[in-house]
Write a new protein. Structure first.
Lengths: 114, 110
């Protein structure tokens, strides 16, 4: 069974641009959640999607948004990029909704903002 | 949600037992405690989850005292491949929020 797939693996953008990251969950998993990982702030929860609806949200500004498609694949968008948005962005999938489910993580997208 | 605190790093040797304690003083009545393992260039991997007392699976044990203000992840007989960062999480029972600890970098030496 294929794991969680995130694309692209690496991304370089400049300040002010926007970026879209993609996540394909494990087959049969219906929930996708997103996380930001930085050396300074560690791992932080962004949001969770289930059945194409955002169910839970962390404390991030509105520049961070996402969506989920009918096949459970998810995208995350960051608009008006700032230097501080440089981070590893991880997505995780689980069978059912809820962050207390067993989460399966992808290897992440490393975003560098110049 | 409860803030978690764990040691920054720990060293151990092959074959030894490693115990990592996580503090979560403000844990709510129905919160769960979960541990994940992360290797470089990979996403975290689920290890174990518990609510109270002791939970054991094929790779680890989780000990949670009655007051639930802390928890201890126990890795029996570690090998070099157990060198990783271990994260303690408190997860709301409703599954609507979670907080990661800062992670404990475990180095297993030969």
């Amino acid at each position: 069974k294929a794991g969680v797939t995130q694309t692209p693996r690496y991304l370089i953008k400049t300040r002010g641009q926007q970026v879209t990251l993609s996540c394909s969950p494990i087959s049969g998993h219906r929930s996708v959640s997103w996380y930001q990982q930085t050396p300074g702030q560690g791992l932080q929860f962004l949001f969770e999607y289930f059945s194409e609806t955002q169910r839970n949200k962390g404390n991030f500004p509105g520049r961070f948004s996402g969506r989920q498609f009918s096949n459970s694949r998810s995208e995350m968008n960051v608009s008006t990029l700032e230097l501080g948005d440089s981070a590893l962005y991880l997505c995780a999938s689980s069978r059912e909704q809820g962050l207390n489910e067993k989460l399966f993580f992808g290897s992440g997208t490393q975003l560098s903002v110049l | 949600l409860a803030k978690t605190t764990q040691p920054i790093s720990m060293d151990s040797y092959e074959g030894q037992e490693v115990n990592i304690t996580c503090s979560h003083n403000n844990i709510a009545t129905n919160d769960y405690i979960t541990w994940y393992q992360q290797f470089p260039s990979q996403g975290p991997r689920f290890i174990i989850q518990g609510y109270k007392t002791k939970v054991t699976n094929e790779v680890a044990s989780l000990f949670i005292p009655a007051d639930r203000k802390s928890s201890t992840l126990s890795l029996p007989r570690v090998s070099l491949s157990d060198t990783a960062v271990y994260y303690c999480l408190v997860v709301g029972a409703a599954g609507n929020k979670l907080t990661f600890g800062g992670g404990t970098r475990v180095l297993v030496k030969p």
